[in-house]
Each structure stands twice: as structure tokens, then as C-alpha cells.
Design a protein around this ligand. Structure first.
Ligand code: UDP
Length: 331
């Protein structure tokens, strides 16, 4: 299939592009390179430096490249920033996404794969999370993702759009061959920050909260390898053949891992001590978030290849140790 990957130069998008090529599909990337890296996309993959909100440019690409399906990764994803600047999040994550969907329908492209998030569940009452549990986001970021999920349901009914929304848990790790990896600016994620603390590239890690009602007092999260996530996106393709199909899947390994366990894993894999300080809780962090992904496993035949935190951190370390400055300068 010809697959338009919107945000294909970003962290998850770029890994998905490589998995698409490996599976025999033809990815085409659009990315405005605000957060993405041109070098994260192989030179032989068609690449357009355009804004997702530019409906006429996107419409032309859909037609010229004979696109069958669109995958959409281009969202702002800093929870704290979404609280302070909600309009930025509503305009990019909701309004621009609706524009993308409008031009897709106008051009007759009716298959869509959407990056959603476990942040749509808010602070859940029960764990592990299954797809049917109530969604009540506690920040604008999660709300914008839920708003798009709801719009997709309406478009499936009204116009026969077929879509799958994947609710990611904590995407982590890097390509197994070390070719690409995670390079955010600013970086807020635990694993790259712990690695950089271990190598001395950044100051000691701050552990956000040690008084949570969890076995070791730190938050529990479900870290899932970025290539495992990517493979689910491709496994869903045949389900989208039927018009009007609406699918939702949690993607996580199902294993809760604490901040202390991540620090230990980074220490073990890198062979270095991870310097850290224990600090207060970060606002808006639920104590525990982990997935029941049986639906993806049963319906898509999805299998997690990286099923331990060490195996995920190993891939991240391979990339970070070979690329201490990430992809270097943008553009
Ligand atoms: N965390 C931490 N120190 C940091 C960054 C993150 O203790 O410098 C904790 C955070 O509170 C959460 C976990 O690590 O419990 C994962 O955070 P991350 O930002 O990587 O992902 P999130 O779960 O917020 O999507």
C-alpha cells in the first residue's frame, strides 16, 4: 500500500516508516520538521516539508502519490505545555487533524491510523486498562486526542471512514540496528534522561515522587518498544478494508515498571551509575498506568518482541551511545 505518514520524521513516525518499508509497503512522509528530523527518514523515501494544516498541499500529495491510507503522528505531546497553552494543542492536534480528515475524504482516501494515548483515560479507577474503560482526560493534551477519537467515530458513521486509534502507553527504545532513535527537544522522557544522567551529558535525574501508593513509592508505567508499536499499525491494515470500521486498541506490554526499576535497568545496561535525586511529585502524574493489550493480541495477532525493560533500554542505549547529540541540528 501507499501510506502517507504524517509526522513521519518524528520519534514514533520515523520508526513506523522503516517498519512499513520492511513489510513491503511504500511510505511517503510529510513533516514540517518542527519536532521531526530530516535525517530520521531514509533518503529514498519521498519526503514533503509541509504543514499538516495546509489542505491544498496535502490534497495534492494524496493524489500525486496515489495514497491508500494515512497514518497520523503529527501532534504536540507535552502535557505540561498543553495546560499552559491549550490553544496551541487544540489548533494543531484537533483543528489541523480535522483539516487532514476533510481533505482525505474530499480525495476519497478513507483509511486512517491514528496515534492516540493512554492519557485519554485520565486517572483510572482500575488497572490494567481495557479499551472499554471510561475516558476522562485530566489535561488538554489527552482531551485533544479524545476529541479526535470522537470525530473519527462520527466520520466512520457519516462517510464510511475506516480507522484504528491506537492508545499508546510509554513508547520507548530505538531501532534494533541503531539507525534511528529518540531525540526530543526539550527531552522530558524518563529513559533518555536517565541515560544522559548516567553519561554525564545532563544533570542527575530527578525522580518525581517517592510517596506514591506503589511497591517502591515511585510511579508505575508500561514501557513499550517503538518498533512493537509500529508493527501493530501495520497489522491492522487488513481490518480497515471494510468501510466504516472503527477500532480502538491499547498498546502496552502489560508489565508495570517503576521509576526505580527503570533507573536500575539503565544502570545495568550502560554499566554506569545513574545519579539521581528524589524530588516532589510532578503535577498530573497518575500513580500507575499499564495496559491490558489482549484485544490487540487477539484481533491483530500482535506480539510484543521487547518484553523486558532491559531489552528496551538496550536498544535506546545503542542509539544514544553512538549518537550522543541525537540527529544533530534540525533541518
Ligand atoms: N519521571 C521522573 N523524572 C523525570 C522524568 C520522568 O521521575 O525526569 C517519571 C514520571 O513521573 C513518570 C515516569 O517517569 O512516572 C515516566 O515519565 P515520562 O515523562 O517518560 O512519560 P509519561 O508517563 O509522563 O508519559
Amino acid at each position: 500500500m501507499n501510506v502517507l505518514v504524517v509526522g513521519g520524521a518524528g520519534y514514533i513516525g520515523s520508526h513506523c516508516v522503516r517498519q512499513l518499508t520492511a513489510a513491503g509497503h511504500r511510505p511517503v512522509v510529510i513533516d514540517n520538521l518542527v519536532f521531526g528530523h530530516r535525517r530520521a527518514v531514509a533518503p529514498d523515501v519521498p519526503f514533503y516539508d509541509v504543514n499538516l494544516g495546509d489542505e491544498s498541499a496535502v490534497g495534492k500529495i494524496l493524489v500525486d502519490e496515489k495514497i491508500d491510507l494515512v497514518m497520523h503522528f503529527a501532534a504536540y505531546a507535552y502535557v505540561g505545555e498543553s495546560v499552559h497553552d491549550p490553544l496551541k494543542y487544540y489548533f494543531n492536534n484537533v483543528v489541523a487533524t480535522l483539516g487532514l480528515l476533510r481533505v482525505m475524504l474530499a480525495k476519497g482516501v478513507k483509511k486512517f491510523v491514528f496515534s492516540s494515548t493512554c492519557a485519554t483515560y485520565g486517572i483510572p479507577e482500575k488497572m490494567p486498562l481495557v479499551e472499554t474503560m471510561p475516558q476522562s482526560p485530566i489535561n488538554p493534551y489527552g482531551q485533544t486526542k479524545l476529541d479526535v477519537e470522537n470525530a473519527l467515530k462520527a466520520l466512520a458513521l457519516a462517510h464510511g471512514l475506516s480507522f484504528s486509534a491506537f492508545r499508546y502507553f510509554n513508547a520507548a527504545g530505538a531501532a534494533e540496528d541503531g539507525a534511528i532513535g529518540e531525540d526530543h527537544d526539550p527531552e522530558t522522557h524518563l529513559i533518555p534522561l536517565a541515560i544522559d544522567a548516567a553519561t554525564g551529558k545532563r544533570p542527575p535525574l530527578q525522580v518525581f515522587g517517592i510517596d506514591y501508593p506503589t511497591p517502591d513509592g515511585t510511579c508505575l508505567r508500561d514501557y513499550v518498544h517503538v518498533d512493537d508499536l509500529s508493527r501493530a499499525h501495520i497489522a491492522v491494515f487488513e481490518k480497515l478494508e471494510k468501510p466504516g470500521t472503527a477500532l480502538f486498541y491499547n498498546l502496552g506490554t502489560g508489565t508495570p515498571t517503576s521509576v526505580r526499576e527503570v533507573i536500575n535497568a539503565v544502570g545495568k545496561v550502560t554499566g554506569k551509575k545513574v545519579p539521581y535525586t528524589e524530588g516532589p511529585r510532578r503535577a498530573g502524574d497518575p500513580p500507575a498506568l499499564y495496559a491490558d493489550s489482549s484485544k490487540a493480541k487477539n484481533e491483530l495477532g500482535w506480539k510484543v518482541k521487547f518484553d523486558t525493560i532491559e531489552s528496551i533500554v538496550e536498544t535506546a542505549w545503542r542509539w544514544h551511545s553512538a549518537n550522543p547529540d541525537g540527529f544533530g541540528k534540525r533541518k
